[in-house]
Design a protein around this ligand. Sequence first.
Ligand code: SF4
Length: 178
Amino acid sequence: MTAKTPLPVVQVKNLHEARFECTYGRGCEGLCCRNGRPGLVESEIELLNENLHRILPLLRPEARRLVERRGYLTRRRRAGLPLLAVVGGWCVFFNQGCVLHKLGAAEGDKFRYKPYQCVVFPLLQDEDGTWYVRQWGYKNEPWDLFCLHPNNTTVSAAESLREEIEYIARLQADAADS
Ligand code: SF4
């Protein structure tokens, strides 16, 4: 039996001061999917294209029409990445929750089809690559989402973001192996 290589430690600058609790379904309708337009990398686009026939029937009718007509990406780019399209104010993949999350969860891995930028929210990297938790008033945070205000929960980000941090650590380990 081979010993498992420990995952790298992901340094998150303000992890121990930050507080975060996702309240989707408990007062929040999924506002990060309303305001967010994640950028997708090539491997994510390939995965979505391969599975689009399974994803399309799960979309809101207006989102499905848009994706069938013009695709799920816009011509806009951020940091060189094409952004997901929005219809009716919500991400095309939002339908009472993220359909990519639900599809993955039904197969035992909720992160499988979800864009990386959505999985790691509210973690972000600053200019020198250091991870931090997005919080009101921290590093010029532009979003005023309820969940990013540290006074709106007593839950420590170190506790609530465990899975997301482990996901980043797994990606870092894969990148180091390749
Ligand atoms: S891909 Fe899913 S999690 Fe990301 S913005 Fe769209 S609906 Fe939300």
